[in-house]
Design a protein around this ligand. Sequence first.
Ligand SMILES: [Zn+2]
Length: 140
Amino acid sequence: MKALTVRQPFADAIIHGHPRYGLKTAENRPKPIPPKYLGETILIHAGKAWHPLGKDVDWEQRPDARMAIIGTARLIGVHVDGGCCAPWGMVGYFHWQLADARPLTTPIPDVAGQLGLWTPDDDIQAAVHAQFLAGAAAKP
Ligand SMILES: [Zn+2]
């Protein structure tokens, strides 16, 4: 599974949603999604830095997960900005459309981010699978 590093508070907005605006289903990127990853589920990694625009989004409680894998989401499409995807879509970017956001019960900490879609090491992949398998087993 690939991973995408997103600065806070937007990583939390993708996985947990904003208290007022709900889930962030458009991620702004300067390039389109490589076609082979369309439809794929990816890991969402909260980066080290706070996004400078984060202060403009009115959070009741500032998300604190940093340098951690916090969940997964599926890449379902991409389009060029057309003044769409409010309030998340930004002018001049490709809007990567995300769906099926799924939080990890326990974020995987101490993970350094990278640019673009990147490949986490096997330990991280195994930890994600273990959590989701445990969650599935716990359901009636
Ligand atoms: Zn859009």
